[in-house]
Design a protein around this ligand. Structure first.
Ligand code: ATP
Ligand code: MG
Length: 335
């Protein structure tokens, strides 16, 4: 490992940027998909307002943060301003309403960590998850979207990493691997770490946006168009960054002692967060701090078995990026 840590990147790495960018482009959702999403959102708004005239619907998740690949499900948050709403009751009621309007596969998941209603719209073919009052997710979606608008390499990198994670079966939280949200935070962190930096730390700057949600102060600089092209002094190509990302997670990250933290633009110590031992089901084997719910480790789903799988996958990917004649094919080979 020491040897590898000092290893130089292969000389022909930049020649892979063109094929990586065409993979990225093939994953971008076409304009008509966006129209269909809005069409479905409009229908849902109409149905919801009949029952709850004061309620609002927000789009969140990858379709709103610009990290959604083609044919993604959409994530919708129903915001009801009532102090003591019983989420399960609303979920059941909502499921009834949707069912009677011919939406398909309507399922109320009242016992999940985040209770949701799932549905499929037969007209647009789009699937959708609706949650209640999960406004922190709406705010973290905005943070990610603002980061994406600073440098195009973030969206490119995140698409490639998500595509890799799906192809390799390491994007499944119920199997102990990481969520898409966690991978995007890993990409943001990685680009904050580059020298010169490709992304700033928006939560470390003078806030121009500030809301209090569920007793959490969410404040950050959101006038990103004023940053000019922040990352312009770093000329790394996308192929180089994909190589660097895997190399970082395979051979550079200190799993035993470090927490990655987009909030601080850096890593912080596990000891400072008291994330050094297993507490309940949270094992903290790979630590990714949520930017707003700072007591929340997005790596907590990872267990003794899946950490091994993840790290072997990072090493496999790093080695492919370093040595394989066709990394753009080999990287995404199904497991
Ligand atoms: P995909 O394209 O794979 O659906 P996604 O960006 O929608 O990716 P998900 O993991 O489905 O990612 O999560 C949807 C949204 O829910 C995220 O963008 C984030 O705002 C929020 N979210 C997901 N997981 C968490 C979590 N563990 N803690 C806080 N917010 C989360
Ligand atoms: Mg989603």
């Amino acid at each position: 490992r020491t040897f590898k840590r000092q290893m130089m990147c292969r000389r022909d790495i930049d020649s892979f940027s063109v094929p990586f960018l065409s993979i990225y482009e093939s994953l971008i959702p076409p304009e008509e998909e966006k129209l269909k999403q809005n069409q479905l959102l409009g229908l849902l708004e109409k149905l919801v307002c009949k029952e709850w005239p004061m309620a609002r619907l927000y789009l969140y998740g990858s379709c709103a943060s610009s990290f959604g690949v083609s044919k993604s499900d959409i994530d919708v948050c129903l915001a009801i301003q009532d102090a003591d709403v019983d989420k399960s009751k609303i979920i059941m009621k909502l499921a009834d309403i949707l069912q009677s309007d011919n939406l398909q596969n309507v399922q109320a998941l009242t016992r999940a960590r985040v209770p949701i209603v799932k549905l499929m719209d037969p007209v647009t073919g789009i699937s959708c998850d609706i949650c209640i009052n999960n406004l922190l997710a709406v705010v973290n979606t905005k943070l990610l979207r603002d980061y994406a608008n600073i440098d195009p390499r973030l969206r490119q990198l995140a698409f490639i990493i998500k595509h890799w994670a799906k192809s390799r079966g390491v994007n499944e939280t119920y199997h102990g691997t990481l969520s898409s949200y966690a991978y995007v935070l890993m990409c943001v962190h990685f680009l904050q770490q580059q020298r010169p930096a490709i992304l700033p730390c928006l939560q470390g700057m003078n806030p121009t946006y500030s809301v209090r949600v569920d007793n959490v102060d969410c404040a950050f600089f959101d006038q990103v168009e004023k940053l000019g092209h922040f990352g312009r002094h770093n000329k790394d190509t996308i192929a180089h960054l994909v190589w660097g990302f895997f190399f970082y997670w395979a051979y550079c990250h200190d799993y035993a002692n470090s927490v990655i933290s987009v909030r601080t633009g850096s890593t912080i110590s596990k000891r400072d967060k008291d994330w050094t031992r297993r507490i309940g089901n949270d094992r903290h084997l790979i630590c990714i701090e949520d930017p707003f719910e700072t007591s929340h480790d997005l790596g907590r789903v990872v267990d003794k078995r899946s950490i091994k799988v993840l790290r072997e996958e990072f090493e496999r990917a790093a080695d492919i990026m370093q040595y394989d004649p066709n990394p753009c094919i080999k990287l995404f080979e199904p497991y």
